[in-house]
Structure formats: structure tokens, C-alpha cells
Design a protein around this ligand. Structure first.
Ligand code: SF4
Length: 209
């Protein structure tokens, strides 16, 4: 098992800010919408699409009254636009009518929203409410398999979340996932990882690819 503290220390020095690559201006509802749009889409594209989307619908109350077809037209570049538009409007209705316009700050509350699974819920809990949570997205699953925290064939987000929740310090869990995205982009890309220059090579179970 690689030393999670050593890997964490290196990644923290490389990426001290560990900012979420989705832009949401500190507004939990905006992060919720952006995260829903990011399924099978790049964060860069989501950020572009969210500019006109949030201009037209600045908060949950506005989105709750939206025509789904109109939302579809704006978010079309993100793909899966029909189901994404439906869940954006539906979750905004629930937030407006049942949560007083505020995004719930519990796992149970977040999972009650249409289109929200544990990955998005953990992202919101960590980034908006300062709670521990592992966002087991494709970057995190792939990289932590390469490090050797589990078998590389493991792709089940729920199992990865459980494993990493036990080994990554609670106060670092939210930032851990953002650092995985940044590290995967800079060093450990899926196709051609830069193992010779990798700063965590000594801790990696699968170097020199
Ligand atoms: S040594 Fe290579 S495979 Fe391992 S983490 Fe670094 S870049 Fe990725």
C-alpha cells in the first residue's frame, strides 16, 4: 500500500489551492447545476455553458419556473441535454419548495434531489459545507488505482469511495479529489503518463508506463 500521507504532501505542495475546476461563485446551487451538467462533458465546456444559463436563471427560484425546453436549448453543448435539463428544473423546484431555496447540507438531503448521486453530493458537502467526502469520479478512480490503493480493475465508485474515505484524512478529502484532477492532467494522463518526471513515482505501484 502506498503512503497516502507522502502522496498527499507532494500533491498539496504542487497544487496548494486545489480549486474546483467548475466555476460557481461560492453558490451551492450553481455548483449543483454545474456538477449535474458535467456528466460526460468537460468542466471547461460546462463553465462556458453556465454563463448564459446563470444569466437567464440566476437562482433556484428562477430555474424552478423554467421551461425545460428552453433550458435544453442553452445546455445542449453539454450533451444528454434532455435528462440534464429535466433534473436541473426538478431539483430547483424541490430546493425552492421544500428547502426554502437553500441547497441541503446533508448526504440524505442531497440524495433526495433528482439527478444527484453520491459523487455530486460529496462534491457539494466538501466544497460548500466543509464536510469530508470523497468524490469518486473517473479521475480519482483511475489515479488511485494507479497509485495502488486498490486493484486497477476496480471501477465501482461506491467501493472506491469507501476505501479512500478510510485512508485519506477527513479534513483533506474534498481537496484530495480536486488535486487528483490537476495531477492527472499534468502528470498522470490516461494515455501517456510522465512517469520519469513524476513527483510521486516512488510511492506509485505502477510506474514506468
Ligand atoms: S509514476 Fe507514472 S503511473 Fe505512477 S502516478 Fe506517476 S505518472 Fe502516474
Amino acid at each position: 500500500m502506498p503512503d497516502v500521507q507522502k502522496i498527499h504532501a507532494v500533491l498539496k505542495s504542487l497544487y496548494p489551492d486545489a480549486l474546483c475546476s467548475l466555476e460557481y461563485e461560492g453558490d451551492p446551487w450553481r455548483l449543483l447545476i454545474a456538477a449535474r451538467l458535467s456528466a460526460q462533458c468537460t468542466d471547461e465546456r460546462v463553465n462556458i455553458v453556465c454563463v448564459p444559463l446563470f444569466r437567464r436563471y440566476p437562482d433556484a427560484a428562477a430555474m424552478a419556473e423554467a421551461d425545460v425546453g428552453e433550458v435544453e436549448t442553452i445546455i445542449r453543448p453539454c450533451g444528454l441535454f434532455h435528462t440534464k435539463a429535466e433534473s436541473c428544473v426538478a431539483m430547483s423546484k424541490i430546493i425552492t419548495r421544500e428547502w426554502g431555496g437553500r441547497v441541503p447540507d446533508t448526504m440524505e438531503g442531497l440524495l433526495s434531489l433528482p439527478g444527484v448521486g453520491r459523487k455530486i453530493a460529496n462534491l457539494i458537502l466538501g466544497d460548500c459545507f466543509g464536510q469530508p467526502g470523497i468524490v469518486a469520479d473517473t479521475h480519482c478512480i483511475r489515479l488511485c488505482g494507479r497509485f495502488g490503493f486498490y486493484d486497477e480493475s476496480l471501477k465501482d465508485p461506491a467501493k472506491v469511495e469507501r476505501i479512500l474515505s478510510d485512508i485519506v484524512p477527513r479534513e483533506e478529502q474534498a481537496d484530495w479529489c480536486h488535486r487528483m484532477v490537476l495531477f492527472g492532467r499534468e502528470y498522470c494522463t490516461a494515455r501517456s503518463p510522465r512517469c520519469a518526471e513524476c513527483p510521486v513515482r516512488e510511492e506509485c505501484a505502477h510506474p514506468a508506463r
